[in-house]
Design a protein around this ligand. Structure first.
Ligand SMILES: NC(=O)c1ccc[n+]([C@@H]2O[C@H](COP(=O)([O-])OP(=O)(O)OC[C@H]3O[C@@H](n4cnc5c(N)ncnc54)[C@H](O)[C@@H]3O)[C@@H](O)[C@H]2O)c1
Length: 328
């Protein structure tokens, strides 16, 4: 595993506020990229313990061959601060990852904003709190933005970047460029409840739970269906390209049956009906949610098959994660 070159350019120093599940993983990422990191948690003792955990988990990752050996030294070099003011005073990027409690976020963002340099960019890792509301807690809202990472942050590439109405476009560009430079895949999305990922993820979770409650399958069986059926495609394609490849007319018909049996939450939206009416039924007609030339369509289907075969082979090679069973 090759060590990343030391990060060049912005940010020169980061403060991670809240060293729990997310903050610690993000701190590991920043440190592994060769960025100076200052860490702080609720008390000096919790901060010291968190630093110990950070070094141990990085060692574990290095022992498993998942990160370069040098990452351990970089984790050891992470600095700790006794409080927010001590962490943010000399950095140009502040990453807030304290628990999802609006009162606590207000207190922490207010302290960050008061103690950080004027030009520091402050981001919140909130999963669901409106970014516009949080931006009211910082003195310079133009330099504040949502930055939603996913667990485990060391490995999950996607990050939602959620500007508030006041966020300066230059700040958004800078955050996107920075995330790309450390190997992440940022997408700028709007400030709605749960943004994009959690809204979709929770819709999936609720239907999964309903299937269990209605006795269709156990939790383990639902997980198997999700992973091995439609979930198998998700590393490569999202819902729009998947539905384009299946046929939007098929989706419309299926949704009509689901609505009949399960109610209005499955009503086919007008935007879908319109596409079908216009004959834009997906790859088979050359256009659906996306447009495809004949050559692109052929390439898409071939690359799809190549990727599915490669994923199938990878899953065969990996030992199954045979952990946990349905609770009686
Ligand atoms: N866990 C996830 O899967 C996940 C994913 C994406 C986003 N998030 C979001 O990230 C944020 C953090 O979540 P988490 O799962 O890491 O929570 P967590 O409870 O694991 O960690 C939060 C940390 O903040 C510390 N903390 C509490 N009060 C503090 C204070 N006053 N000053 C400094 N530190 C303080 C806690 O001691 C703890 O170590 C939340 O907004 C959450 O919604 C979580």
């Amino acid at each position: 595993m090759e060590e990343r070159d030391s990060h060049q350019g912005w940010p020169r120093g980061t403060a991670v506020i809240g060293a729990g599940t997310m903050g610690l993983g993000v701190a590991e990422c920043f440190a592994a990229a060769g960025i100076r990191v200052l860490l702080t948690d609720a008390t000096p003792e919790l901060t010291r313990e968190a630093k110990g955990r950070l070094v141990r988990r990085t060692k574990g990752h290095a022992d498993a061959g998942l990160v370069a050996e040098g990452a351990v030294g970089r984790a050891e070099a992470v600095e700790t601060a006794d409080d927010v003011a001590g962490a943010v005073g000399d950095v140009d990027f502040v990453f807030e990852a304290v628990p999802e409690d609006i009162g606590l976020k207000e207190e922490i963002l207010d302290s960050c904003s008061a103690a950080a340099p004027q030009d520091a960019v402050i981001v919140s890792n909130t999963s669901s709190l409106p970014i516009n509301n949080l931006s009211e807690f910082v003195g310079r809202p133009g330099r504040f933005c949502g930055m939603h990472w996913f667990n485990p942050p060391e490995w999950t590439p996607g990050v939602e970047v959620i500007p508030a109405a006041a966020t300066e476009p230059e700040v958004v560009e800078r955050l996107v460029e920075f995330l790309r430079s450390i190997g992440k895949r940022p997408t700028v999305v709007g400030d709605g409840p749960g943004f994009v990922a959690n809204r979709i993820q929770n819709a999936l979770f609720l239907e999964a739970l309903r299937c269990v409650e209605e006795g269709l399958a156990s939790p383990q069986e639902v997980d198997e269906v999700v992973r091995s059926c439609f979930g198998f495609r998700l590393p490569f394609f999202g819902p729009f390209q998947i539905s384009d490849m299946a046929g939007l007319d098929v989706y419309e018909n299926v949704l009509d049956v689901l609505k009949e049996g399960l109610g209005d939450r499955f009503t086919a939206p007008q935007s879908l009906r319109r596409l079908v009416e216009e004959g834009r039924t997906g790859t088979k007609s050359g256009a659906g949610f996306l447009q495809y030339t004949n050559e692109e369509r052929e390439r898409l289907l071939l690359e799809r098959d190549r990727r599915y075969a490669a994923l199938g082979a990878l899953l065969e090679d990996l030992p199954p994660v045979d952990v946990g069973k349905d609770t009686p």
